[in-house]
Design a protein around this ligand. Structure first.
Ligand SMILES: Cc1ncc(C[n+]2csc(CCOP(=O)(O)OP(=O)(O)O)c2C)c(N)n1
Ligand SMILES: [Mg+2]
Length: 277
């Protein structure tokens, strides 16, 4: 069912708050990954606040859906969403990337409530998600595994091995969501490693393919419903996004992949996100 206007407004307001908090936090610690965190904001917000069956009071609930951030460098946005959902106090966000805290630069499943898989090395998340999906089926648990991937991450051959296997094992409880921002660390995808026709590629690997605007919470919600209805094969959602979304001087720029935000940039970004300019 499509989202009501008021629900859509609520989710968009959450996303705006998350973006503002992210900029303030990354500015204060002078490190972290703004670009990929901003682009995955609506994807994670729609999953955790609308679609995924999770219980912050019982993070290991066996019947839960598994949301896995395979592009682990976007951890700041994952943490912000998990905190808002109640997995740990929002106050704890201040400890991001500090020594001996549970909010490290990349997610750690052993330390942080709500984190399903330790990620950071790109290209291994989808294989692990497939293992989870097959395990859930073996246990007759009707839950979905969501693998949130980067498009640059798809340069890794292991992703495509996982695709072949997902199709072989008819993993229809596995949904890959690609944060398709067309940019990676050193440049655009087309410059570094062209992905060609991604939809046709996934189709050829046995996936049902959907495409949507990855900054439109309603489109994401509807497309996730369609992907969940697929039977007998895995599904992928190519969520078209903009790296650095919401901060115009960061948008589409690989230089904002992982860079400290200075005082002036912070002021400008916050003014834009708060609608003051
Ligand atoms: C195996 C591996 N190689 C290289 C890196 C370094 N690295 C971190 S993020 C990144 C770019 C990822 O691009 P993409 O998946 O498109 O992420 P996004 O644009 O969403 O930030 C790279 C190369 C890594 N984490 N893991
Ligand atoms: Mg990318």
């Amino acid at each position: 069912m499509s989202l009501t206007t008021s629900r859509k407004n609520e989710l968009n307001a959450l996303c705006n708050k998350f973006r503002i908090d992210l900029i303030e936090l990354l500015h204060s610690i002078q490190t972290g990954h703004p670009g990929g965190s901003l682009s995955v904001c609506e994807i994670l917000t729609t999953l955790y606040f609308e679609k995924a069956k999770v219980d912050p009071k019982n993070p290991k609930w066996p019947e839960r859906d598994r949301v896995v951030l395979t592009k682990g460098h976007a951890a700041p946005m994952l943490y912000r969403v998990l905190a808002e959902k109640g997995f740990f106090p929002v106050e704890e966000m201040k400890t991001l990337r500090q020594l001996n805290t549970r909010l490290q630069g990349h997610p750690c499943a052993l330390e942080t409530p709500g984190v399903e898989l330790s990620t950071g090395p790109l290209g291994m998340g989808l294989s692990a998600c497939l293992g989870m999906a097959i395990g859930l089926k073996a246990d007759h648990i009707d839950s979905t595994v969501y693998a949130v991937m980067g498009d640059g991450e798809l340069n890794e051959g292991t992703c495509w091995e996982a695709c072949m296997a997902a199709s072989k094992f008819k993993a229809d409880n596995l949904i890959a969501i690609v944060d398709r921002n067309h940019v990676q660390l050193d440049g655009t995808s087309d410059e570094i490693m062209p992905l060609g026709n991604l939809a046709e590629k996934f189709k050829a690997f046995g996936f049902e393919v959907f495409t949507c605007n990855g900054h439109d919470v309603e489109a994401l919600s509807d497309t996730i419903d369609l992907a969940k209805a697929v039977k007998g094969k895995p599904a992928v959602i190519l969520a078209e996004t903009v790296k650095g979304k919401g901060v115009s001087f960061m948008e589409g720029k690989n230089t904002w992949h992982g860079k400290a935000i200075n005082d002036e940039e912070c002021k400008l970004a916050l003014a834009e996100l708060r609608g003051e300019k």
